[in-house]
Ligand binder design. Structure first.
Ligand SMILES: [Cu+2]
Length: 127
C-alpha cells in the first residue's frame, strides 16, 4: 500500500513529461521522422514502417504502475533515438513488470519513431 501511494505523485509528474515536455523534445531532439531534421532520419524516407531501426535501450527504473503496465524509466542517452530523460513506457513482455522496482537497471529493444514502448525488457542483475 505504502509503495503504491508513494509512486503516484512521481508517475503523475512523469506523465507530464510524456504528454508535454517530451512531445516538445521529440520534435527538438528526438528526431521525429516528419521533422525537417533530415540528418536524424532513420530510413523513413526510403520505405515503410517495416524498416524502422532498432536501438539498444538501457535505463534505470524510477517507478512501476503494474495495473497500467507502465514503468517510468530514466533512460541513458540512446544516440539517434532519445536523449537522456525520464519517461513512462509500456513494457513487453508484460509479465516482467512484476519483477521490476525502482532502482533496477534494465535493458530493452526500442524502435525509431516509437517512444512509448520497451520491447524484450530484461532486468540487469546486480553486480
Ligand atoms: Cu523522451
Amino acid at each position: 500500500m505504502a509503495r503504491t501511494t508513494a509512486l503516484k505523485p512521481a508517475l503523475r509528474r512523469l506523465a507530464l513529461c510524456a504528454a508535454a515536455a517530451c512531445a516538445a523534445l521529440l520534435i527538438a531532439a528526438c528526431g521525429a521522422p516528419q521533422d525537417d531534421m533530415g540528418g536524424m532520419d532513420m530510413g523513413s524516407e526510403t520505405g515503410s514502417d517495416e524498416e524502422r531501426q532498432e536501438f539498444a535501450f538501457t535505463g534505470t527504473v524510477q517507478g512501476v504502475d503494474s495495473a497500467r503496465n507502465i514503468v517510468s524509466v530514466a533512460n541513458d542517452e540512446i544516440p539517434g533515438w532519445m536523449m537522456a530523460m525520464t519517461m513512462n513506457f509500456y513494457v513487453q513482455p508484460a509479465e516482467i513488470i512484476d519483477s521490476l522496482e525502482a532502482g533496477d537497471r534494465i535493458t530493452a529493444t526500442v524502435y525509431s519513431g516509437d517512444f512509448q514502448n520497451l520491447y524484450e525488457v530484461e532486468l540487469v542483475p546486480d553486480p
